[in-house]
Design a protein around this ligand. Structure first.
Ligand code: MN3
Length: 202
């Protein structure tokens, strides 16, 4: 099969107490695995099944909605596992300079990112992107859309994303999305965010 489920980069219990093991097991082993299986089914026998996932996102308007939903699900979650790490980290390096320069401060970023997650009605994602002007910007998208897609309202390169679907938090936090968002900040892998920032700027 052309698209494959990447392994979790840490054991499912490694993000506790912020993100619980059962949520991680189901989120990765069931939800993400299903996006991969359905993406492969949707592209069976087509040339695009061999494309890099980024190229698929950039041309997603040419494809049926199953590719948008499941391709987005695969791309978003493949990044998402690496945007978290056991014990979390503090922002540093070029991306911290850019947060201060483009968004005012780390605290201003945190407030904007929290609001993007809280106000996304239903299912979706909050994002920190490098936009077309090479500036950091906080946006959100519905469902499994992302800012790399050619159909996105605001396009850019995602360097951090937060899943705010209920399947990301309901077992531990039930309806308290705000508590999950606060917990997410404790597990962000800023080394990875900084690496993606530097790639996006080069
Ligand atoms: Mn998810």
């Amino acid at each position: 099969m052309p698209f494959q489920l990447p392994p979790l980069p840490y054991p499912p219990q490694a993000l506790e107490p912020h993100i619980d093991a059962q949520t991680m097991e189901i989120h990765h082993g069931k939800h993400h695995a299903t996006y991969v299986a359905n993406l492969n089914k949707a592209l069976e026998g087509q040339e695009a099944a061999e494309w890099p996932i980024e190229k698929l996102m950039e041309h997603v308007s040419r494809f049926p909605v199953a590719v948008r939903n499941n391709g987005g699900g695969h791309y978003n979650h493949s990044l998402f596992w690496n945007w978290m790490k056991p014990g979390g980290s503090t922002p540093a390096g070029d991306v911290l300079d850019a947060l201060n320069r483009d968004l005012g401060s780390y605290d201003a970023f945190k407030e904007a990112f929290t609001q993007a997650g809280l106000t996304r009605f239903g299912s979706g994602w909050a994002w920190l992107i490098v936009n077309g002007q090479k500036k950091l910007q906080v946006v959100s998208t519905p469902n499994q859309d992302n800012p790399l897609m050619d159909i996105a309202e605001v396009r850019g390169i995602p360097i951090l994303g937060m899943d705010v679907w209920e399947h990301a938090y309901y077992l531990k936090y039930q309806n308290r999305r705000g508590d999950y968002i606060n917990a997410f900040f404790n597990v962000i892998n800023w080394d990875e965010v900084n690496r993606l920032y530097r790639n996006a700027m080069s």
